[in-house]
Design a protein around this ligand. Structure first.
Ligand code: ADP
Length: 251
């Protein structure tokens, strides 16, 4: 679908000088302090950093779930920070996929209904051929009638990934997607995300504290005190650990 050479290297998401200040006066917290980054299509990026370094705030601002105090976010060339609430919600439905640590499936809906929910909300026709392919690749073909409570954690997260990918978004934001999974299910999820980047030219931005998960990415951005303090291409677990130690400083 997106494996079109002309789109390779084009930015799916850009952040320019993003600042997010919570509170005011003496109690103000600069959760993001002038962050600029570009996330090309076909790239899997992991965002890491110590607790409180601004990872969630960064992801929320990139995804239009939070408004930065200043700076700009563009998705597919559209400036998110200039849109009103309704237009931002529409852009999220149409151009962004989300995968959360807690899966965030609707318990009363079946797996199939959960997968097609965003497309229905966006009033987009469901591409049945793409859906069948996705469901088969995620090993969910015989689970479509099940409700989330009847599925394992790994299966629920694969349903969430199918939901995120069905509308072929410009970017998928994943917030600790393996945080609630055992290591085998986590590995399956990461392998699938890795494969989606390669075969569909998908763009993924994943926040994680797990070096093993981050090592599936093409690049790791390291945040500390609301700034990008380091980047690592073609990461390995050992090198990620070394960089994290360097950022955290001596215990
Ligand atoms: P991380 O995801 O890396 O743990 P966060 O983005 O959650 O970091 O937080 C960055 C900083 O902003 C922290 O100091 C945190 O306490 C502060 N912060 C986050 N959200 C809020 C909020 N809603 N109100 C006030 N401070 C916040």
């Amino acid at each position: 679908m997106r494996a079109d050479e002309t789109t390779m290297g084009e930015a799916a998401v850009t952040a320019t000088d993003l600042t997010r200040v919570y509170g005011s006066g003496d109690g103000a917290v600069r959760a993001l302090d002038g962050v600029s980054a570009s996330f090309p299509r076909g790239r899997f990026t992991a965002v890491m950093g110590p607790s409180g370094s601004g990872k969630s705030t960064f992801l929320h601002c990139l995804a239009g779930l939070d408004q930065p105090t200043s700076g700009q976010v563009t998705i597919g060339g559209q400036d998110l920070t200039r849109l009103g609430r309704t237009a931002r919600a529409r852009l999220r439905r149409e151009r962004i996929g989300f995968v959360f640590q807690a899966f965030n499936l609707l318990p009363v809906l079946t797996a199939e209904e959960n997968i097609t929910m965003i497309a229905h909300l966006a009033r987009r026709p469901v591409d049945r051929a793409w859906m069948t392919q996705l469901v088969a690749r995620l090993g969910l073909a015989d689970r479509l009638d099940h409700r989330p409570a009847e599925l394992s954690g790994g299966q629920q997260q694969r349903v969430a990934i199918a939901r995120a990918m069905l509308t072929q978004p410009d970017v998928i934001f994943a917030d600790e997607p393996t945080g609630n999974l055992d290591s085998r299910s986590g590995t399956e999820v990461l392998r699938f995300l890795r494969e989606a980047v390669q075969t569909e030219n998908a763009s993924i931005v994943m926040v994680t504290h797990d070096p093993k998960a981050a090592a599936y990415a093409d690049e790791v951005l390291f945040l500390a005190d609301g700034r990008i303090v380091d980047t690592l291409a073609k990461p390995t677990v050992d090198e990620i650990l070394t960089r994290l130690r360097r950022i955290s400083g001596p215990e």
